[in-house]
Ligand binder design. Structure first.
Ligand code: SF4
Ligand code: SF4
Length: 458
C-alpha cells in the first residue's frame, strides 16, 4: 500500500511525462538544416539591439543556485530540468560553442555544447515548461532574467521551424486573420456587449450603454477575449464603473481583444497584433488606451511596445490604475457591505513584476470589500498561478499545471482562509478556477471589477 506522498509523487511524475510527450509531439522532428538555421539565427539575432540584454544574462549567471528555491516549479518538484539554471545553460552552452572563443577552443570543458536535433527538441520542451513569471529574476544577485532567456529560445525555434504549442499557435493565427484570438465576429461582440448592458440593468437598475467606435473619446478600452466568455462580471463591473464616474470612453467594434500571444514566442506576430491595437487607438484619437484585466496584454502594450517600437502618441494604462484613481478622487461611491466575505488577492506576474501595478488593486479591494487579507508572500514576491508563459492556454497542460506548476498557488490560496480569491488577469482567473476545482477548495474566484460591481452605488 502506497503512502499519500508516494501517490502524489506518482501522479506528478505521470503529469510531467504526459505533458512532455505532448510537447515532443508538437515539436515533431528537426532536420539537420533546422539545426543549422537555428545556429545561424542565433548569430544574426545576436546583432539585434535587445539581444544584448539576453547575452548579458547568459554571461552573468554564476551558477550560484539562489534562484532554484524561488521557482515555484522547482520548489514543488526539484528535478534538475526544472532548475532555472538548467534552462540558462541550455541556451548558454550553445551560444558559447558557436559564438565565444573560449567555447570554440575549450568546448565541453568551458561548458560549450553542440546543438543537435535532440538538444533542439529539449529546448522546446524545457522552454515551454517555464511560466516566464520572473520570480527567479528578483532573487538572483545579478538580476538574471530567465523569462528573457526562455522567450529567446522559443523565438529561435518558432522563427526557424514555425513550432509552438497547439492552442497558442491557433490563437495567434486567428488574431492575425480576424483581429481577435477567439474567432469572434463583430455581431457576436455586439451581442455580448448588449448582454452586459441587460445584466447591469438587472443587477443595478442602471441604463448603461457601452459606447462603441466613438472617435475622440478620452479612453479606449480593450479587454482580453477570455473576459467575454469566462468572466462577464468583470466586464460588467468595468462598464458600470466608467458609467458611474461619467468617464468619456469607448470600445471598438473591430479591435476588441487585448491578448497578444505573440508575446510568448514570435516577435513578428507580436508586432502585427500590437500594431492592430496601436492603429485602432490612433483612429479613435483616444488620449489613453486602457487595457482590461489582462496581464500579458498590459506588459505588451505598456512595457514591450514602447521599448521595442518607440513611444506611442497616447498613454497606456491598466483598468486597475483608472479605477483606483477614480476612487482616490471620489468619483465613484462604493459600499463595502455589498462584499462581506473574506477576500484575498493573487498578484498576476505580468501586472505586478513587469508593470509594477501593486497598490492599485489593494486600494480598490479595501474600498470595495469588508474583509481584505493578503496572501503570503505577495506583491512582486508572489508565486505565479502556474499558468504563466501561455502554459494555461493549452488544454493538454491541465494535469501538469494542477500537479506541478499550480500546486504551490493552491496551498497559498488555502492558507489565507479567504472565501474569494480575486485576481486581475484573465489567464490567472482560468488557472485559479481550475485549481479551486482540482483541490476542492472552499472558495470562489473573481475579478477585481466583479467586486466593484457589487459595491458600486450612484
Ligand atoms: S521564470 Fe518563473 S517558472 Fe521560469 S524558472 Fe523563473 S521562477 Fe521558474
Ligand atoms: S541566482 Fe542568478 S546567478 Fe545564481 S544561478 Fe540563478 S540565474 Fe544564475
Amino acid at each position: 500500500m502506497k503512502t499519500d506522498t508516494e501517490n502524489q509523487a506518482d501522479s506528478q511524475a505521470k503529469a510531467v511525462e504526459e505533458y512532455e510527450k505532448t510537447l515532443e509531439r508538437w515539436f515533431g522532428e528537426a532536420t539537420k538544416e533546422d539545426v543549422q538555421k537555428v545556429i545561424d539565427k542565433l548569430g544574426e539575432w545576436e546583432k539585434l539591439p535587445y539581444s544584448k540584454l539576453v547575452k548579458l544574462n547568459l554571461d552573468l549567471c554564476s551558477n550560484c543556485g539562489a534562484c532554484a528555491d524561488e521557482c515555484h516549479i522547482y520548489k514543488t518538484l526539484p528535478r534538475k530540468e526544472f532548475n532555472p539554471v538548467y534552462r540558462v545553460k541550455l541556451l548558454r552552452s550553445v551560444y558559447q560553442k558557436y559564438f565565444t572563443w573560449v567555447g570554440k577552443v575549450f568546448g565541453r570543458f568551458a561548458g560549450a555544447r553542440k546543438l543537435d536535433k535532440e538538444l533542439l527538441k529539449e529546448w522546446f520542451v524545457r522552454f515551454y515548461q517555464c511560466n516566464m513569471c520572473r520570480r527567479c529574476n528578483i532573487f538572483c544577485p545579478f538580476g538574471v532574467d530567465n523569462m528573457a532567456i526562455v522567450r529567446t529560445g522559443r523565438l529561435l525555434i518558432n522563427d526557424v521551424m514555425g513550432k509552438t504549442t497547439e492552442d497558442m499557435g491557433r490563437g495567434v493565427r486567428y488574431h492575425l486573420r480576424d483581429g481577435n484570438a477567439s474567432e469572434m465576429s463583430e455581431a457576436a461582440f455586439r451581442n455580448i456587449v448588449s448582454f452586459w448592458e441587460d445584466e447591469i440593468k438587472e443587477v443595478k437598475g442602471w441604463d448603461v450603454k457601452v459606447p462603441i467606435d466613438v472617435v475622440g473619446a478620452e479612453m479606449f478600452l480593450i479587454p482580453p477575449n477570455t473576459d467575454y466568455f469566462h468572466s462577464l462580471e468583470t466586464m460588467e463591473g468595468i462598464a458600470a464603473t466608467l458609467y458611474a464616474a461619467n468617464v468619456s470612453w469607448t470600445m471598438s467594434s473591430k479591435i476588441f481583444d487585448s491578448v497578444n500571444y505573440g508575446t510568448f514566442f514570435n516577435d513578428e506576430a507580436w508586432a502585427s497584433i500590437i500594431t492592430q491595437h496601436i492603429e485602432e487607438a490612433k483612429r479613435l484619437k483616444c488620449k489613453t488606451l486602457v487595457v482590461g484585466e489582462c496581464g500579458h496584454a498590459t506588459k505588451s502594450l505598456m512595457f514591450l511596445g514602447p521599448s521595442l517600437l518607440g513611444e506611442f502618441p497616447f498613454e497606456v494604462k491598466n483598468i486597475l490604475q483608472v479605477t483606483a484613481d477614480l476612487i482616490q478622487h471620489d468619483r465613484i461611491k462604493l459600499n463595502k457591505e455589498a462584499n462581506p466575505e473574506t477576500v484575498t488577492y493573487h498578484d498576476p506576474c505580468n501586472v505586478t513584476r513587469m508593470c509594477g501595478i501593486m497598490e492599485e488593486p489593494r486600494i480598490i479591494l479595501r474600498a470595495a470589500c469588508m474583509d481584505f487579507r493578503e496572501m503570503t508572500p505577495n506583491r512582486d514576491r508572489n508565486y505565479c498561478c502556474g499558468g504563466g508563459g501561455g502554459v494555461v492556454l493549452e488544454t493538454a497542460s491541465h494535469d501538469f499545471r494542477m500537479e506541478v506548476t499550480g500546486k504551490l498557488k493552491a496551498e497559498q490560496m488555502q492558507r489565507t482562509g479567504a472565501k474569494i480569491v480575486v485576481t486581475s488577469c484573465a489567464n490567472c482567473k482560468v488557472e485559479i478556477s481550475h485549481l479551486i476545482d482540482q483541490y476542492k477548495l472552499d472558495m470562489k474566484w473573481a475579478g477585481v471589477h466583479d467586486m466593484v460591481l457589487n459595491a458600486l452605488e450612484l
